[in-house]
Design a protein around this ligand. Structure first.
Ligand code: SF4
Length: 472
């Protein structure tokens, strides 16, 4: 019997477009079932949702059985049904490994339009096929789950980088956001637990630790910055002390610490010296959302646009190499053309290195939907387009300034020990959301590089949002 499995995601995803949905049919024995569980766990951790029906899914995965004729027939029928009702189908499991006389793959022969076919125990191949055909939603807060790292548990990211979640929930009430209503107010994890997990991850081979939360700068507010303990020493539950300690723990492993979701509170200035001295990466992911004070007020955002501009220029004085990433919303309810122009002017002045922008989308349950002045979708989209044109020009201009520089690059892909080239990222590129460094084959025959290791590379060009470099 085939059954479409429906499963809630690990946590609800707040994005401005609905999370991609995957239909899943699991056939066969308990071993096949555990394969299905692994795939579903990965999907869920990456923010995909599952669909009860083929029609309601953006893509369908069929985990097949090839043990007896009946099972083969049932698997082939299920694939046919999924193709007819949905059209986008990935096949995995035992039947996926079956070949006909002459070596042709049985599933491909019977159903040539399937997107991909793998054998059993092929979670990574299945995920690769899903990513190719249905890009994953970005939400590092969800992308953090589980590789085994001792007390750090199971991580689903590649072995060389990991997300470290420092708190849950949020004390703000931004009008476009429903996270507080789903996850409640800020609850900071004990500082000793966070630091213990960080060390376990570095011990396990993590070379880049990505600190995440809903509001990293608010860490410890809920516990009044109480003093915790780690390694027998007192440490305050506060962003500065946490970041200082993370930098110290990372140093012997030569690992990177990258900060996400940092709000531009005055206290953030204190961590800039740590960036300037290389204790943590000079990279800040600061979700600004807008620049105009009135829009920010309607959004109920902390901090006003003017202060943000001052703050950013102060950060650049304290640490000239800092890379700032941010996200914005265009076409928020009531946004006038003048307010939008203010945002474009802000971008020209603040020169945000990496910026993303959503056209406002009324997430169900968000109080902003009741604000007067909802703009037509065309206007919201058109403003998003204009914003992105400015943001991309700034970003590309900044990338061009790197030509000729030699940068440290963490290698993400390196077939044949890098002899054919590969890809990696510099301090300026967070995984999944920023560009990459495309590594050319090294000029020196003796030079090799491996996934999860650092290499130095000379920047020789720019390709879209990516740098092109020669390993040295
Ligand atoms: S700061 Fe605002 S946008 Fe971010 S989680 Fe809290 S309420 Fe939502």
């Amino acid at each position: 019997m085939s059954e479409v499995i429906s499963q809630s995601p690990i946590s609800p995803v707040v994005t401005f477009k609905p999370a991609p949905r995957v239909g899943f049919v699991s056939l066969g024995c308990p071993k096949a079932l555990t394969d299905s569980e692994l795939i579903l766990t990965r999907l869920s951790a990456e923010g995909y949702q599952t669909s009860k029906t083929f029609e309601g899914a953006d893509l369908v995965i069929v985990n097949t059985c090839g043990f007896i004729d009946d099972a083969v027939r049932e698997s082939l029928d299920t694939i046919g049904e999924a193709l007819a009702e949905n059209g986008k189908v990935i096949v995995t499991g035992c039947l996926g490994a079956k070949t006909l006389e002459g070596g042709a793959n049985l599933v491909r022969k019977m159903h040539p339009s399937v997107l991909a076919v793998t054998g059993p125990h092929a979670t990574q191949e299945v995920m690769d096929a899903v990513h190719l055909n249905l890009p994953k939603p970005h939400d590092p807060f969800l992308d953090l789950v589980p590789n085994s790292f001792g007390i750090a548990g199971i991580k689903l990211t590649p072995r060389h980088y990991a997300y470290l979640k420092i708190s849950e929930g949020c004390n703000h009430r931004c009008t476009f956001c429903i996270i507080p209503s789903m996850r409640g107010d800020l609850v900071s994890r004990p500082v000793g637990d966070v630091l213990g997990e960080a060390r376990a991850l570095f011990e396990g081979g993590v070379k880049e630790l990505l600190v995440i939360s809903q509001d990293t700068s608010a860490y410890g507010v809920d516990v009044k910055y109480r003093t915790g303990f780690w390694d027998g020493k007192p440490v305050k539950t506060r962003m500065l002390e946490l970041v200082q300690a993370l930098g110290e723990i990372a140093a012997p492993y030569g690992a990177w610490v990258r900060l996400h979701y940092v709000y531009p509170y005055p206290s953030v200035d204190e961590i800039l010296p740590l960036m300037a001295t290389g204790k943590v990466l000079p990279y800040l992911d600061v979700p600004l959302q807008h620049s105009h004070p009135d829009v920010l007020k309607r959004m109920k955002r902390p901090a006003s646009g003017e202060k943000n501009l001052e703050r950013i220029s102060r950060w650049r004085e304290l640490c000239p190499e800092i890379v700032i990433r941010s996200t914005f919303i265009a076409g928020f309810p009531g946004e006038t053309e003048a307010e939008f122009q203010h945002l474009l002017d802000f971008m020209h002045e603040a020169k945000i290195d990496r910026a993303g922008c959503f056209a406002y989308s009324p997430v169900q349950g968000a109080t902003a939907n009741e604000l007067p002045g909802m703009l037509p979708l065309e206007v919201r989209e058109e403003r998003r387009g204009r914003f992105m044109a400015v943001a991309e020009a700034i970003s590309i201009q900044k990338l061009h300034q790197r030509i000729g520089a030699t940068m440290q690059v963490l290698v993400d892909h390196a077939p044949a020990l890098g002899r054919k080239g590969g890809t990696g990222r510099s301090y300026a590129d967070a995984p999944e959301i920023d560009g990459v460094v495309k590594l050319l084959p090294p000029e020196k025959i003796s030079k090799t590089f491996k996934v999860g290791e650092f290499t130095r590379a000379r920047i020789v060009g720019v390709q879209g949002h990516d740098l092109v470099a020669v390993p040295v």
